[in-house]
Design a protein around this ligand. Structure first.
Ligand SMILES: [Zn+2]
Ligand SMILES: [Zn+2]
Length: 241
């Protein structure tokens, strides 16, 4: 039990450092571009609400504590050999490394899209998801600004995936870093991907700051996490895309 608490504290420290370094870095860029006011990349000219950033940081610190609990749980499951996490990249063959990350991306995407749709059911929305939408125009600090119920629902899926899908430890680390950057980029409220990429077939598959900006603006469109395919299939993509 003492060990488990130690894991939680260690993960909490790591997650706080992750949040403040990455959001701080993106926020410096955010302020630089937003101060220009006329930059074409700026998605929303709406001023932030009073104390918005303070509130986002408050909820994100609580989210980090919850993510830390799930991190410790995952580590405990790994130590007791319940997970599919493995150390030697050659164990399942190198071909398996890209295949496994695509599988994790697709499972996570599907879980998130339908969870997100459920979180917009009015009764659930008020309790679980409203905190995130209090940020009408998002900032990098919004990336982990969730009510604890939402954080728990979002965090649940990774331990479940890792009980089922074998994943190399380095692929898992890459995935966690990718997840962090994707959340920051999508909440930046400034479009940073080059226009030719966004117009390309490949680019149109990916969610970017513009896509998620419309979710915060329109509420009932653009529910996806990394990919646009569920929104396209279900007809929930914003018409402004
Ligand atoms: Zn939402
Ligand atoms: Zn958001």
């Amino acid at each position: 039990m003492g060990d488990f608490l130690g894991y939680v504290i260690a993960f909490f420290a790591i997650l706080l450092i992750r949040y403040f370094i990455t959001a701080g870095f993106f926020y410096a860029y955010y302020l630089k571009v937003k101060n220009k006011k006329t930059d074409k990349k700026i998605l929303s000219q709406r001023p932030l609400k009073k104390d918005q950033v303070k509130k986002e940081i408050y909820w994100s610190i609580i989210s980090s504590a919850i993510f830390a609990f799930f991190g410790a749980l995952l580590y405990w499951l790994y130590l007791h050999q319940f997970t599919g996490i493995y150390l030697d990249p050659a164990e399942y063959g190198y071909w398996y490394l890209p295949v496994s990350i695509v599988a994790v991306l697709l499972v996570h995407e599907t879980y998130y899209y339908w969870l997100h749709r459920a979180m917009h059911i009015p009764k659930i929305y008020k309790v679980v998801h409203k905190v995130h939408h209090n940020s009408l125009s998002s900032t990098p600090w919004t990336a982990f600004s969730f009510h604890p119920w939402e954080t728990i629902l979002e965090a649940l899926i990774l331990p479940i995936i890792l009980l089922i899908i074998p994943l190399n430890i380095y692929v898992l680390l890459f995935y966690l870093i990718f997840m962090t950057f994707s959340s920051m980029v999508n909440h930046l409220d400034i479009e940073i991907y080059p226009a030719p990429f966004r117009r390309s077939k490949f680019g149109k598959m990916w969610i970017d700051a513009t896509h998620h900006h419309f979710h915060h603006k329109e509420f009932t469109t653009n529910y996806g996490l990394y990919f646009t395919f569920w929104d396209k299939w279900m007809g929930t993509e914003s018409r402004k895309m």
